[in-house]
Design a protein. Structure first.
Ligand SMILES: Cc1ncc(COP(=O)(O)O)c(C=O)c1O
Length: 402
């Protein structure tokens, strides 16, 4: 590995997912090649190559980097790190999670049909609606946690299953191995949005996914201060990686060098944050169950959750997202306006605990009938549990529910 430029150019497809012999906690801190990689001047943290372009050292003699829209050493290091965590062949770091979803859509020709989880992040549904109008794609939404609902929807022109598990915001769990079997039978791509659990708790490629997407804004970055997205391809899907890379580097929906640095820094603490978040979430879910104004608690880590057994079989943790219905819209609004420590804000996955009203925020654009059917009603709330002291969080909820 060259020390001259700090980081050697790596091939953009087939990135090294290396260091697989080290545990994920170690790889999250040291990256994909922590033994060999020596940054300029021995810098322990990754240098931010804040440059648009790179000098050529001779005719037909590049450092391996030419222009940051195409590749950048800081971003490359991040991409290799995420590849290592997800077990991916190639990772593309995008400006946002939505940019990552948008890049994936470029794989499909007009006329293609995609079956998606009915309870998706609202922004993904908005993008898919636009793609129906402008790109000639079509989407069918269904409860993918119920295998029997999926197969009858497959048509000759169906090209992919697009799954969020657990889903946002009603926490349905889809059996990824069963989806893979269906995809193999019908020659479909399996695409999984892994935002809610992160690669620490769920690695969809190992379960058969061809493509994984992330809102890196959430658990991976972890501090509610930077937007990012990732597309990861399975090691045996370099064909997809090449197609995606062409669009990615041509359009330039990539992550800036500084933001790439922020993601590398955030990922270093991913595993300890997730452990703490999950501990807190378990305690908060148990507390919410005792509250008379709380009608139900949707947390994947509760044994009574319908997806609990599937979760045990395909994940190593339950994460920190809890949704719940309270008795009335008034109780919901009162809680939102009276939490002190917990912040009433969109987004999730950061160190701060946030509470969201999906119907007014993340899922505001859903047609009323669909929202009602999914249970995304005016008395429905979603909590993204952070790393604060669980007792403090519980006290805050207790006083806001009073
Ligand atoms: C599950 C999921 N996927 C994708 C996105 C989009 O990510 P971003 O906001 O980084 O564009 C979000 C955002 O909330 C999300 O929750």
């Amino acid at each position: 590995m060259s020390n001259e430029a700090g980081i050697r150019s790596q091939q953009r497809t087939g990135q090294q997912s290396g260091a697989s012999d080290y545990h994920i906690e170690t790889r999250a801190v040291h990256g994909y090649n922590h033994i060999d990689l020596v940054h300029t001047y021995g810098s322990i943290s990754t240098p931010i190559f804040q440059t648009a372009t790179f000098q050529h050292i001779g005719v037909k003699h590049s450092t391996g980097y030419d222009y940051t829209r195409v590749s950048n050493p800081t971003r490359d290091e991040l991409e290799s790190l995420v590849s290592s965590l997800e077990g991916a062949g190639t990772t593309l770091a995008c400006a946002t999670g939505m940019a990552a979803v948008d890049v994936i859509l470029s794989l499909f020709d007009p006329g293609s049909h995609i079956i998606a989880t009915d309870d998706l992040y609202g922004g993904s549904v908005r993008l898919f609606d636009t793609a129906e109008r402008t790109r000639g794609l079509s989407f069918t939404y269904t409860d993918t946690s119920d295998l029997s609902q999926v197969e009858p929807l497959i048509r000759p022109e169906t090209r992919a299953l697009y799954i969020e598990t657990p889903s946002n915001p009603t926490m349905k769990v889809t059996d990824l191995r069963a989806m893979k079997a269906l995809c193999e039978q019908h020659h479909l791509l399996l695409i999984v949005d892994n935002t809610f659990l992160s690669p620490y708790y769920q690695r969809p490629i190992a379960l058969g996914a061809d493509l994984v997407i992330h809102s890196g804004t959430k658990y991976l970055e972890g501090h509610n201060d930077t937007l990012a997205g990732f597309v990861c391809t399975a090691p045996d899907r370099e064909d997809l990686a090449e197609k995606l890379l062409l669009i990615y580097k041509t359009v330039g929906c990539n992550l800036a060098p500084f933001d790439s640095f922020m993601l590398i820094r955030g990922i270093k603490t991913l595993t300890v944050r997730m452990d703490r978040i999950q501990d807190n979430a378990m305690k908060i879910a148990a507390f919410l169950k005792t509250q008379p104004k709380v009608l139900d608690v949707l947390y994947v880590g509760l044994p009574e959750h319908p997806g609990y057994q599937v979760s045990l079989s395909q994940t190593t943790g339950f994460g920190g997202m809890i949704s719940f219905h309270v008795d009335t819209k008034e109780t919901a609004y009162h809680l939102l306006e009276n939490v002190k420590l917990i912040k009433f804000a969109e987004s999730l996955g950061g160190v701060e605990t946030l509470i969201t009203h999906p119907r007014l925020q993340t899922h505001a654009d859903l047609p009323a009938e669909t929202a009602q059917k999914l249970g995304i009603t005016d008395n429905f709330l979603r909590l993204s549990v952070g790393i604060e002291n669980a007792d403090d969080l519980i006290e805050d909820l207790r006083q806001a529910l009073a």
